[in-house]
Design a protein around this ligand. Structure first.
Ligand code: F0G
Length: 410
């Protein structure tokens, strides 16, 4: 039955009861909320890895660092393949299976391909992955390979891969699993539902999300609006979207055209997941900003690196693209858009282990070379923890440890 046939308290109780069930689709943090998903006759065709069910963490040291009192992180990197993509993929891949497709395909900056390859493999479908050459972290690439995807590295960027894929799906029976697929968006809505359930249906003041192809911000915004319509929540959170300065088409679109016309950019950022210059779902994202009263922000490469280390320092960690949320929040507090007493939820989209190269380079001081101003390097240096090479003796370890202690007390 559809959600509108239930009262809000009945829906809440139904979703809660399913948490105790041993049935796979009830254990999925996506299908548990199936009253808000498109109808899916033939439940045995559903492909689930028990996605969703992700934790909501407090971030006390991040909160202090940016000057807010109530800061939480919904960690979508704790999904089965390590990113939020699984919540949409379970729905869209199941649709592909039900429609009898042998091949599914996507263009990707890495996470979509890892997720698609896993869900396709579960259902013995073949997967076609198009990725920009040299611009996908090896953590993500290795996942796609392990799950048996046929992977083509193209001599172009993500936007070029998307164009090529569209041509391929026009000419071949390949089911398109990029986030323009409406079932991906429907599945990704469930992160917002689960978040509100974890907050006992009290909407936070702000939700902050990274923006790449802009499917996720669209999905979360759509979910909040539907939850309000169903009286599951009393008000909408403001949904704000953060991009890297070097990959900021939505920021420029809002600033230069008021959201009327897309400004395409040549994207460049070390947060490779969001290295996207021509986002497919920009119109939907503009609507989410308008409906919820959120803002767009852009953050520098140094700010992203700082924010990622800061999230790590709370024992949580995330991949670089997710860290734009904290860097963006810092700016929103400085601009007075987020007040110190307001509640804020960051959507962390990918797991720390997705991009170990970035983390190692950061700690070795190799991320920026000598490009930094001294003030910026100071801000980063405090977080750097490169491994230290020592002789294999207790004396060597103890004296090095004492030097570390002295430095942290100084
Ligand atoms: N964060 C991570 C970790 C991502 O992988 C992506 C997108 C985003 C944020 C942005 O989300 O595109 O919905 O605005 N990654 C895609 C991919 C493009 O191919 O994995 P979006």
């Amino acid at each position: 039955m559809r959600a509108a046939s239930f009262t809000a308290p009945t829906l809440k109780a139904l979703w809660r009861t399913r948490r105790k069930s041993f049935v796979p689709i009830d254990q999925s943090g996506v299908w548990r909320f199936r009253e808000l998903l498109p109808p899916f006759p033939g439940e045995e065709k559903i492909i689930t890895l028990r996605e969703g069910n992700t934790p909501l963490y407090s971030l006390p040291s991040c909160a202090r660092a940016v000057g807010v009192e109530h800061l939480l992180a919904k960690h979508q990197g704790m999904n089965p393949t390590g990113s939020f993509k699984d919540t949409g993929m379970t729905v869209a891949a199941s649709m592909a299976r039900r429609e009898g497709f042998r091949w599914v395909g996507c263009a990707s900056t890495g996470n979509t391909s890892a997720s698609m390859a896993a869900y396709a493999a579960r259902a013995q479908m073949r997967s076609l992955v198009l990725i920009p050459q040299g611009k996908v972290s090896w953590g993500k690439l290795s996942q796609a390979l392990d799950y048996g995807a046929i992977t083509f590295e193209l001599k172009t960027d993500f936007d070029g891969c998307s164009r090529v894929l569209n041509e391929v799906v026009d000419r071949m029976p390949v089911y398109l699993l990029n986030s323009v697929n409406p079932y991906r968006i429907e599945g990704q809505k469930t992160a917002a539902i689960e978040l509100l359930e974890q907050l006992d249906w009290q909407a936070p003041d702000h939700v902050i999300v990274p923006g790449g192809n802009l499917g996720n911000s669209s999905a979360l915004g759509k979910a909040f609006v539907e939850l309000e319509e169903l009286k599951l929540i009393a008000r909408l959170p403001k949904v704000s979207i953060v991009q890297a300065e070097g990959a900021n088409p939505l920021v420029r679109t809002m600033r230069e055209t008021g959201g009327k016309r897309l400004i395409v950019v040549q994207a460049e950022t070390a947060a490779s997941a969001i290295r996207i210059g021509s986002p497919a779902s920009w119109k939907k994202a503009v609507r989410v900003l308008e409906q919820t009263g959120g803002m767009v922000a852009e953050v520098s490469e140094v700010e992203i690196a700082w924010a990622k280390a800061q999230i790590g320092a709370d024992g949580v960690g995330c991949e670089p693209a997710s860290a734009v949320t904290l860097a963006g929040l810092k700016k929103m507090v400085a601009a007075g858009f987020v007040k110190p007493g307001e509640s804020v939820v960051l959507i962390l989209t990918g797991h720390l282990l997705k991009d170990p190269d970035f983390t190692l380079k950061f700690h070795r001081g190799e991320l920026f070379g000598s490009l930094l101003h001294s003030k910026q390097s100071e801000m980063l240096r405090a977080h750097e923890r490169a491994p230290i090479l020592l002789e294999a003796s207790g004396d060597a370890v103890i004296s090095a440890l004492e030097r570390v202690e002295e430095r942290s007390e100084a």
